[in-house]
Ligand binder design. Sequence first.
Ligand code: PLP
Length: 424
Amino acid sequence: MTMPQPKTPWKSRFAARTQKMTSSVIRELLKLTEKPDIISFAGGLPAPEVFPVPELQAAAQRVLEHHGAAALQYSPTEGYRPLRELLARHMRRYGIKVTPEHVLITTGSQQALELIGKLLINPGDRILTEEPTYLGALQAFTGYQAEYVTVPIDHHGLQIDRLEEALRVGPKFLYVLPNFQNPSGVTLSLERRRRLVELANHYGSPIVEDDPYGQLRYQGEHLPPLVKLDAEFHNCANGEHAFTGNVLYLSTLSKTLAPGLRIGWIVAPEEEIQRLVQMKQGSDLHTSTFTQVLAYETARGGFLDRHVRHIRKVYGERRSAMLEALKRHFPPSVAWTEPQGGLFLWVRLPQGNDAEELLEFALEQKVAFVPGTSFFPCGGGRETLRLNFSYCNPAVIEEGIRRLGLVVKRFLQQGQGPSRKQAA
Ligand SMILES: Cc1ncc(COP(=O)(O)O)c(C=O)c1O
């Protein structure tokens, strides 16, 4: 007999905004896939082998020896000045011409999304996103009772001919991932980037550009970020791209140095930085001083660039390994994207099949992925799934895709998708 649970005084007092907040499917899945015998393509995890442990160790030693007291003290909310300077220099090389005053250090770019939600979203505000889009952003924005209007993507990113209709709804802002989008891996073409900036300006909708993967390109040419194109659109003098501010730009050290450092940043006009600083003070006062100083000490002197080159090589090989394995082991009725960078690719089963059902069979064969539905803010995407290629080495990728290929073939052949449900 089950005993009645004692009533806690809290549940009835949860704020209305918590009603639509759920825990991330991916975080839940990660718990499952931590089991050592599972080959997991589920998380968005960088490869632990590329973490620069000796360099971080040496830098930690230097930080404690030379700046110990300061690194362990409270510090300004805006962030550690030398790190902001380094990031501003770094971004200038990618065409984003800003000063350190435009940079706010955040506790991962996940916090940047949360602060943007806190600053901008009133209950019921509509946010325009790609479909599918990054689940963590949905979690952050839904916490402020956002509603969504979506534009589907194809192999060249957000379908620009569908954008205008969505903009007419009057979204508070557009949330866009132009490079190697999470979850699909697709990249927004240059032509579409230009048109996107033009249309957003025309309809007076600001853009939040989330760019954690921009530097992780393994094929093709770097494309200018929206923040740069927006500055060009505003036709700044002498070809020098002043920061005009219709675009808030986010990035992170999570994929280029280590996610455990929890260092991300927002690029915004100074006035917005000051408001975001107020939001951040209520959250955590400032990002850990120690990890900021540590990240700076590790990244400076060209190390970050050298390290990014190394990561590109490792992940580029893994991406190729996964694409080749998919060709070898997956049936022709299944389609997938061929990302030029980033950490993920996106698989589409034939219409009518459900990737969540497939996952049950896959887990029996000790291989995991993320079903696509949770990346769709307005529902749909049952036949899609996301595969991560950065975490496992090429041999493990081959074995995992071989197993998954067998599961997929059996699933489709035996009609374990739709007909299994009908039979039940
Ligand atoms: C698109 C996107 N934005 C933001 C984040 C959050 O990154 P972090 O908080 O580690 O900087 C991620 C993490 O995977 C992501 O894929």
